[in-house]
Design a protein around this ligand. Sequence first.
Ligand SMILES: *Cc1c(COP(=O)(O)O)cnc(C)c1O
Length: 376
Amino acid sequence: MRPLQMVDTKTQYHKIKQEVDAAVIAVLESSQFIGGKVVNDFADNLATYHKSKHVIPCANGTDALQIAMMALGLQPGDEVITPSFTYIATVEVAALLHIKPIFVEVDPKTFCIDPAVIEKAITPKTKAIIPVHLYGHAADMEPIMEIAARHNLFVIEDNAQGIGNVYTFSNGTQKKTGSIGHIGCTSFYPSKNLGAYGDGGAMFTDDDALADKLKMIASHGQSKRYYHDVVGCNSRLDALQAAILDIKLKHLDEYIDARRKAADFYDAAFAGNEKITVPYRAENNKHVFHQYTITLNGVDRDGLNQFLADNGVPSMIYYPVPAHRQKMFDAFGGSEYKLDVTDWLTERVISLPIHTELDEEQQQFIVNKVLEFIQQ
Ligand SMILES: *Cc1c(COP(=O)(O)O)cnc(C)c1O
């Protein structure tokens, strides 16, 4: 059996090595390392895949979120409503811009922001809602967009884990996550479903004026060369990463299928086990399984984590400390929150290896070890 890993980017690379190597060499030969045709072509192809009018590439997913907040004109003292059960980047950038994150609960089934609690968190200072499509499951965007419209708020989707997910509205309309809100943000961190061989990110929008602002802010607030209209930053996707991503984009749906197949295997293996709740899949979305995260009932989670490690099975806790309990947010009143669902999940979730290269022998081994510990 091949050694187990949380993600296996090396085996994946070897399957597309010829194509990737040729594309990398072509960039080296062109010596156009920043901007240019390769980056523009990738942005166009991603826009087509996503059915988004504009894709603005940038340096990473964290930057994408920051630039989105800047482009929407959020000011110090404004508030954004976000889940606390997320990766820190979602809320860190708000704090960096002196925008106050208002943490709300997630739905314990989907792990995503609970639309039912959003309205109670709205104040006159609220400017935006930031749903996170955590682990690859879509946040329930239809009610979120309705609430945003009613209160005149922006919606910034953190789609770093959700790229490729298709959300279905009650009238049958389908949209990819990341192209439902005013701006969608994603990351091409190597382990993400569409991963580069370094850092990368992108922003999605259908709004022409917003697209111009996002582009301008990502490029030193520049409207034309050496004319700087607003305060921006320097955030670029380089041509080498764009060339690699353009190849991997062609495989994205196949990669998602492989992840979903691996999830099906785990689901079947754990079916009926009272101590394991397998990931929920709401009918109105196509889960892309960035993570396969189970919730344990009456099991020593950290004990399982250690037992698996001792048996050569990697597993991860995403995330051991929710955002509102991070020291970083003490100054924002983080410790005053009471988010029982978030705390409950934080103590019980564990993510098992899931990626495009898992085979059944590996998965059976992982399952056996999980069950061995749980049945003790
Ligand atoms: C990865 C990730 C980010 C940040 O992306 P980087 O490219 O690492 O900056 C933001 N939000 C979520 C939910 C993520 O998983």
